[in-house]
Design a protein around this ligand. Sequence first.
Ligand code: KG4
Ligand code: ZN
Length: 333
Amino acid sequence: TAKSLVLGIETSCDETAAAVVEDGHILKSNIISSQMEIHRRFGGVVPEVASRRHVERVTSIIEQALGEAKVTKEELSAVAVTQGPGLVGALLIGISAAKAFSFATGVPLVGVHHIAGHIYASHLVEPLRFPLVALVASGGHTELIYMPEHNRFERLGRTRDDAAGEAFDKVARVLELPYPGGPHIDRLAKAGAPHLDLPRSWLGDSLDFSFSGLKSAVINLLHNSQQRGETIEKADLAASFQASVVEVLVEKAVRATRLKGVSELVLAGGVSANSALREALASRCREEGIILRVPPLELCTDNAAMIAAAGTYQFRDGQFAGLDLNATANLSL
Ligand code: KG4
Ligand code: ZN
């Protein structure tokens, strides 16, 4: 096959990102403009603020991505954009930019599922080996996906309420830690012991997740102890909460690989930065003979290179989008 160059655009949440990827796995450029500082003061992402920032930034980010890659518009094989899931208003900015680009240049348009993108982050480091199972855990999603080959996805499980990262962020807020709270809980947990009794939500044999009960249990534990005039060490609470999340994620990820009889497990999403999760998953995978792949953090969090990579294999399968492409907030794989 001829060399392919794909421009990726990602605006599903609070990162405005564009990137160029060659042949689905060679990173030519990867530009990310984060809005985290803007949203921090609100304690979370404010959708309209995010959209407004994307609309200011997206065109210059695309230009930067092409410039750094030293690629001209004429050389591109496709423009791949995140179609969903995500914040509708935010998605629409990237989609509109991608459509305008496609309309003006004649470069074909590809609509990419954000979770597919997260899985392909690993592909930019070392080619994916199929069949595989992926655990994608971030502020917006917690999903277990089976992939028999490129561009084929089967969802094995998902969260029924909060995403894992969302639970970290909400518990961090209760503990009066800054947003986003995941890294702060990770750090604080190292100073504590996971001895507090908190629930694990197994949901029977299901590979689905649920974290909202755990979050409520943390809040209740804190309130009840305050009412009794006792003090709970915040570090212990952070460690106990984290232990509960990690235990469930590790167990279900391993269960999913066994169910599918695969030996490749790919971790993705912002929560894969969690040190306890990385350690627990690595040691468990060693025991089980599972090959674990964790891409570097800058590729785990939202970026457009992963969208370009996933988009390349859709492009190769002839899966193009029309100029009527729309955002889908709850798009399923
Ligand atoms: O993938 P990501 O950057 O954006 C989304 O698509 O959501 O993930 C961000 C999420 C946040 O909820 C953040 O608290 C969490 O990842 N996170 C962590 C850690 N670092 C980031 N959660 C636990 N431990 C960490 N070290
Ligand atoms: Zn994401």
